[in-house]
Design a protein around this ligand. Sequence first.
Ligand SMILES: Cc1cc2nc3c(=O)[nH]c(=O)nc-3n(C[C@H](O)[C@H](O)[C@H](O)COP(=O)(O)OP(=O)(O)OC[C@H]3O[C@@H](n4cnc5c(N)ncnc54)[C@H](O)[C@@H]3O)c2cc1C
Ligand SMILES: Cc1cc2nc3c(=O)[nH]c(=O)nc-3n(C[C@H](O)[C@H](O)[C@H](O)COP(=O)(O)O)c2cc1C
Length: 782
Amino acid sequence: MKIAIIGGGPAGLYAAILLKKQRPQAEITVYERNRAGDTFGFGVVFSDATLDNFEKYDAPSYRRITQEFAYWDDIAVHFRGTVHRVGGNGFCGCSRRMLLLILQERARELGVALMFEAEIDDEARFADADLVVLADGINSRFRDRYAEHFQPEVDVRSNMFAWMGSTRPLDAFTFIFQETEWGPFIAHAYQYEVGRSTWIFETDPETFERAGLAGLSEKQSAERMAGIFGWFLEGHQLLTNRSMWRNFPMIRSKRWVKDNMVLLGDAKATAHFSIGSGTKLAMEDAIALADAMHRAPTVNAALQQYEEGRREEVEKTQHAADVSLVWFEHVDRFWEFDPVQFAFGVMTRAKAITYDNLMLRAPDFVAEVDKSFARQVRARGLDVDVEQPDAPMFQPLRLREMQLANRVVVSPMCMYSAQEGVPGDFHLVHYGSRAIGGAGLIFTEMTCVGRDARITPGCAGLWNDEQQAAWRHIVDFVHANSAAKICLQLGHAGRKGATKLMWDGIDRPLEQGGWDVLSASPIPYFPDSQVPRQMDRAAMDAVKAEFVAAAERGERCGFDMLELHCAHGYLLASFISPLTNQRSDAYGGSLANRLRFPLEVFEALRSAWPSHKPMSVRISATDWAEGGIAGDDAVAIARAFAEAGVDLVDVSTGQTVRDAQPVYGRMFQTPFSEQVRNEARVATMCVGNITTSDQVNTILAAGRADLVALGRPHLADASFTMKAAAWYGAEIFCPPPYLPGKEQIFRNSVRDRQDFDDLKIKAKPKTRAELKAEATKPLAAE
Ligand SMILES: Cc1cc2nc3c(=O)[nH]c(=O)nc-3n(C[C@H](O)[C@H](O)[C@H](O)COP(=O)(O)OP(=O)(O)OC[C@H]3O[C@@H](n4cnc5c(N)ncnc54)[C@H](O)[C@@H]3O)c2cc1C
Ligand SMILES: Cc1cc2nc3c(=O)[nH]c(=O)nc-3n(C[C@H](O)[C@H](O)[C@H](O)COP(=O)(O)O)c2cc1C
């Protein structure tokens, strides 16, 4: 077999090693345009888990790599004169040059032919090769040559970065966030060998411009950085090696394989440097290719297997890198945060590290995070313990005169079980048990303001006395038997009205017994849905009056809070999204125009609703569709409602149009809440695939939301909050008849939690840094 590998970076060399081990008879050649010792940049970093993989696949190169490595366990965050350190991270660094020399030596040893100063321009010369590996890096010539086939997408990110080095020793992966007269600069730094550290500097394009970096030479810009970070460098030099400022390109390719050619490493996909995974991905690609070549009967089958088997893992890493890079791009959102909360945000930005996870490895840090959170609550006039505070999810929140005992919310969820809009026994048990279950705030399902405002025949309403009495019964029960507050969500279905019950076909038009539907524009939801009537001014007045009348009834029921539903493509949302609003009058066109009617309804409700009671608005922060609402619009929408007196923005997404393409995942809507909260400076509630109390605490402690709503998890578990209170040892109200149950779960949880923590600690292997520290520790005197 003949294998040609274009590119002698980590991907190409490691692929050569693994394939040669597998097929000693194969003729394998690596073509590298540089000389053997040439390399740009300074260090690379691997996690312990990545090194374990290397050990399994090629022990000799693993041993040499690890002999050369610098190990560290801590991440240190420097911000506004403070430093927060968190241990237990298990990372290693080594020089990129050393890594390449080790891989070259090992490849040679195995009999791989290494051709340096061999720039390949035309793969036709490999016509007789069975396999051609395209490992030619981020600017891959071959990926671009066959762009029509590989379909690469290049997303050039806004921040500027430069990769430098220093002689400054470091004992932790170090992030420094530095305010300057031009704006914020960030340094990502780590040591990779004795006396050498990598320094990646990053800043936003405006700060870059103001600092005049565009006009400086490599040397001058290193001097400028040394000036900014001089206090930390302590007289150590900054070193350069082609350290030009650039933008990071996030690259994704739709296809990785063409005939017998395969893309590997940065050539196929990149991951932002802030999660330090580029070299790891490149070498793990090589592992995946070698595995596929071992298993599959033919080269073509192997390449298909490689692409199919590897894609998900690469995309997962890229997603984590995306989340991380966006955090760094928007660091200004957090610049006013308390430093410990800021550090917690840095640590938890990419979802892998969480509140509970940090509690195990850095309990003192988490204790500080809790105290900082409690101090903020106290600064808002609430009497909480700041010395031994409860976890963030059990901190109270006040909105106007309504005080919530904790930050967990039962999200509004239609039960499709009302008769002519009247909530019945099912609703009493549903809301009542969730209130007893401990959530701080219960939302009603979307409660419709008129018969024709319903989504389905099973939707609850509040337009007549019978409905009002039924809701009053539920509200009274909640108030009498729990500490929960209850919020009425009012809505109008708009063009999604007159549809079937969820379990009969969600959003599908009723075949019989439907009613006429309204919308901002006459566009049906499905092609076969009813064409809605475009609302004229008279219809707007009528609907507004229905909302006001329902709010007045809500007050008579005793609800504590009112939410206006402006999300998910229903009537008011249909005005806000340009995909559903194609009007040419004062209610269409610009965002300000599209917001006019929803704001008018909100203002009418705000006047009708008692001024001591809070109001929220639910929005779809993105339509997940081309040409629709996106995150920046959500900030503008939130600002407009905040000016009109909203106390909380309930940040949901989507459900506007049928062909939306949501990107689901754990806590997938939380970034929108974070953006709205920290740009529009308004309290937010986040929701969407949040399933654990650990996630709730992580979101709150990092300042990504003020309240956390759980929908589906509450359908399966009414006592979610009670159980979490037992787990974290937080005080929580329980009605007297249930006290024995509460006492038992609180007692058992202490032991369960200890067992769980012990198990996790036992299951976690020692980090290499810990092992090294143990190996070098002097023996205790007997
Ligand atoms: C600022 C910065 C910091 C980074 N920090 C880290 C980090 O800390 N840890 C980490 O793991 N990763 C890091 N990376 C990413 C890492 O450098 C790359 O992801 C990794 O090197 C990818 O390996 P590769 O083999 O795919 O590509 P490369 O390492 O780029 O190798 C490609 C090789 O192909 C050669 N080549 C290109 N075209 C041709 C041709 N036509 N003919 C012959 N040869 C050719 C090039 O000369 C090069 O040697 C960082 C990247 C940047 C930009
Ligand atoms: C059965 C069901 C009914 C829902 N009804 C409503 C509703 O009436 N009003 C609303 O704003 N959102 C409604 N939603 C959306 C939820 O409030 C929540 O935003 C969504 O389920 C995502 O959260 P989760 O992942 O915690 O379930 C509903 C969701 C479900 C599953």
